[in-house]
Design a protein around this ligand. Structure first.
Ligand code: TYD
Ligand code: MG
Length: 458
């Protein structure tokens, strides 16, 4: 007997309630509840399986852990250094990978490029967003071809599984999760219950067939993957594709990975022929300049296991109108305010009457605290209008009392600066266990920001 039931879902966190409520008791958001219809068809639910037809739906049996291990670690090489890195060394068979990002950032391009690169493997690219002709146009632009790349314009999950069973691909790509729908839920595609149910079905399919599945997911303006957060709990791996649309650089960041580290990033450049992996990030993140300019300092950064150097730029000007302006791009504005306060209190600078602007080159967002010292150097350089040598780098955190604190993996940071021909690097005194003989670069140890001022501006 078929029976439909309406349930109210919070569109923010996926919480459900039999009645409409104004404020979600789970995530405290207002006006997020929307009505959705759940098909309570008992018969349908009974026969609901993953859709994978090859194996009979046998009952699961206990397996020795040694054998499970064998299966799990089988990975497909993506032939893309950056993607391999963020996935922890390739695509794990049977894994479900979510790629989130704002519209237009390049998710479809990245996935199509992957499909075209995997020559010799069969890839099923399911699209509910664009026509096959649009995909073909994009493929022409990327300029690669793969006879094993198949395009399917379909949005019904059961149909997708049917086609996949026939084709037997090595990888499935779903563009996007917000456009697919399942017959078991009656609400519209993109709604919380649809997205969740489709993801769960795809997860079952991936696990039973051992075919890895990539899901493309859109991100709402506040940075959440549209649909509920629960989506992130279901999938094995979450990759965020981010970057400033006005710049050509794109960062692929792992935010969850059941098969690898979550602190890895991949860097791409969007060019006319698709996305180019950037193998040496330092080169693009340091701007070329002939003359020494004030307000610029280079930070020795780590993203995941990879060191690179990045330029921090500051502009400090007299404030003429009322409250001075504070603006930071790519850096936490509150952290900048804190560093300004430290400079006021500990080093005698007067930022209270100045407008302060801070920018991280390349449209990158930096969270590594080791950038603090470079930020301080850039701010004071602009304040004093005295340039910092372009052959000098900085790698240390700064604390509230103006102390210069040690950072992790300092040797890797020093080594990267050394490789790129830097002559001097400022680090914390507490990073003492450094084997200085290995490097040509001069290492200067600091314990207080005042010392930095003396070193830089005499
Ligand atoms: P797209 O992959 O469609 O983004 P998403 O799927 O995340 O919405 O990428 C769209 C942008 O990428 C679009 O503005 C055009 C640009 N682009 C290039 O610059 N070079 C290329 O080779 C391709 C294919 C796209
Ligand atoms: Mg797209």
């Amino acid at each position: 007997m078929s029976k439909s039931k309406t349930i109210y879902f919070c569109q923010n966190c996926g919480n459900q309630s039999p009645k409409w409520v104004g404020k979600c008791p789970a995530c405290n958001e207002w006006n997020t509840y929307a009505e959705e219809i759940i098909d309570k068809d008992v018969e349908k639910l009974k026969e609901k399986k993953s859709g994978y037809s090859k194996k009979k739906n046998e009952d699961a049996k206990p397996v020795p852990i040694s054998e499970v291990h064998e299966l799990e670690t089988k990975r497909i090489d993506t032939r893309d250094t950056e993607l391999n890195r963020v996935l922890g060394g390739g695509i794990v068979l049977g894994s479900l990978i979510l790629i989130g990002g704002e519209p237009g950032i390049g998710k479809s391009t990245l996935m199509l490029q992957l499909a075209l690169k995997l020559k010799g493997l069969k890839v099923l690219y399911v699209t509910g967003e664009e026509s096959d002709r649009q995909i073909k146009l994009r493929a022409d632009r990327i300029g690669a071809d793969n006879d094993g790349c198949f395009i399917l314009t379909e949005t019904n999950t059961q149909q997708i599984f049917k086609q996949a069973n026939e084709l037997e691909p090595d990888i499935i790509i779903i563009d996007s999760i917000q456009t697919v729908h399942t017959v078991y839920v009656e609400s519209t595609p993109g709604s919380v219950s649809q997205v969740r149910e489709c993801t769960a079905e795809l997860m079952r399919y991936a696990k039973e067939s051992s075919i890895p599945v990539f899901l493309i997911g859109h991100i709402t303006k506040d940075g959440m993957i549209a649909g509920p957060k629960v989506l992130e709990h279901i999938v094995d791996t979450v990759l965020q594709f981010e970057g400033d649309r006005n710049y050509t650089y794109r960062i692929l960041r792992t935010t969850k990975n059941r098969f690898g580290s979550t602190s890895e990033i991949g860097i791409y450049e969007m060019i006319g022929e698709g996305l180019r992996p950037v193998l040496n990030p330092s080169e693009i993140l340091l701007t070329q300049r002939d003359e020494e300019l004030s307000g610029i300092a280079i930070a020795g950064m780590m993203e995941g296991m990879r060191p690179f150097l990045i330029e921090t730029q500051a502009l400090v000007t007299p404030a003429f109108y009322g409250t001075p302006q504070r603006s930071a791009t790519g850096f936490d504005a509150r952290r900048m305010s804190m560093l300004l306060a430290v400079l006021e209190k500990r080093a005698g600078f007067r930022f209270g009457t100045k407008d302060v602007f801070l920018n991280i080159a390349g449209g990158l967002r930096v969270e590594d605290p080791a950038i603090d010292l470079a930020v301080i150097a850039a701010l004071c350089s602009s304040y004093n209008d005295i340039s910092v040598s372009s052959k000098t780098a900085f790698a240390a955190e700064v604390g509230l009392s103006g102390e210069v604190r040690a950072v992790s993996r300092v040797e890797q940071r020093i080594s990267e600066a050394d490789k790129l021909g830097f002559e001097k690097i400022f680090v914390s005194k507490f990073n003492q266990k450094i084997d200085t003989k290995k490097f040509n670069i001069e290492i200067v140890y600091l314990s207080k920001v005042q010392q930095l001022m003396e070193e830089l501006f005499g």
